[in-house]
Design a protein. Sequence first.
Length: 256
Amino acid sequence: MANYSIAFYILFCILKAVIKMKTQEINSRIPTNQSLTSQDLFVIIRSVFPHYTEAACRWIIYALIKEGHLTRIGKGIYRKGQTNDFVYSFRSPEAQAVERFCQKESFPGNVIVWETIMLNEWLNHQIGRNIVFVETEKGMSEFVFDRLKGRIRTHILWEPNKQELDKYGGDNPIVIQDAFSRSPRQLNSIHIRLEKLLVDVCCDNILKEVISPSEIDAIYEGVLKNYSVNMSTLLTYAKRRGCLTTVREYASRNSC
């Protein structure tokens, strides 16, 4: 009985080693810097394991993710390697003051806070004039504006258009506005999600004046290359904002 157990263990170890070698071979065949669907991966896996069923292929995908060879970036969408979660610390005094204020106050619903100088990580032409955006649930922006004004020493504007921002904004203004309905949000955080940022730089009227269209490719390339982005969330939000085609083109052009 003991001999059977030893033989079974040896066989198990050999099979495990063979599967690991085959998994490494599969990983070597997965293209880099490219979004892949489950079907794309099935084709690659079956080039090594021709008779694998769909269930077996999904097990291999799970193993590749667990070993850090693949990252799931959306429903049924993957990318080779591991990407990082985006972590940002507010740099300007204005954004830091808004962050402290939000920590003390209890606003109904969620608030999203971000500043345009965070884009400098990916831009060739650096943004000099910083704008801090405070976005609230629909109908709450005026309430937040009333609470903020007079508490932070800078120009604070409520729902300005481009002309009003240029005329009254000063050097480092704070813009308070309603967020677009069902905007992607971080759980228990006021920081902006990258999916929302990538869409907004394409279709927000103020941002289109701040960021040159020629720089948007650099933003997409830098974000998609280095950070985790849920493509399903990105495209769903882009569709709601009416710029799905534009966002899809930028994402496709800069994800490979």
